[in-house]
Design a protein around this ligand. Sequence first.
Ligand SMILES: CC(C)(COP(=O)(O)OP(=O)(O)OC[C@H]1O[C@@H](n2cnc3c(N)ncnc32)[C@H](O)[C@@H]1OP(=O)(O)O)[C@@H](O)C(=O)NCCC(=O)NCCS
Length: 148
Amino acid sequence: MIGNIEFRESCKGLDWTELEALFVSAKLDHRRGPKQRRAFENSGRVCLAYDEGRLVGVCRAITDGEYHAFIYDVAVHPDWQGRGLGKALMRRLLSRLPVWRIMLVADEEVQGFYRRLGFALYGDVMALRDRSKLEEAEPLSDDVKAGR
Ligand SMILES: CC(C)(COP(=O)(O)OP(=O)(O)OC[C@H]1O[C@@H](n2cnc3c(N)ncnc32)[C@H](O)[C@@H]1OP(=O)(O)O)[C@@H](O)C(=O)NCCC(=O)NCCS
């Protein structure tokens, strides 16, 4: 299925431009530049998948380690999708979250993927949202703007 995939559980050595390119290929917006790097570095858990040194999948979670966790940024490169990699990444992440409630936000078209992992809709969730905070407070570097 997914062959010789290497899984890593740390951001150490992560090429942030490669991560950004993965999000672009997986069509996940608003994951750019230093803001994205800080978000990953500040996450309690990350799981990265490499195929022969190339970053092909990712997910991350923030957690208190005791009761709660929230999963974000689950992405598999399109050329690696449909081969069990997303499930493998999620299972590794879930195995490191020994908490009673794990939450995530999923568009309708991917809910089936999470249902297979045991997730279900959870009706009484509320959120406070401020889209202005999605953007980088500081300007993006020329490298990031150029996609390097
Ligand atoms: C969603 C995503 C992470 C799934 O990764 P993947 O590697 O293609 O998924 P897998 O091959 O591991 O699939 C695992 C199971 O989920 C099913 N599945 C995968 N994507 C699905 C979808 N969109 N809807 C319903 N079921 C899905 C598979 O058929 C498989 O089922 P099985 O275990 O019964 O065989 C990947 O498609 C992706 O990166 N999409 C773009 C980014 C995105 O939308 N991320 C989610 C943000 S909330």
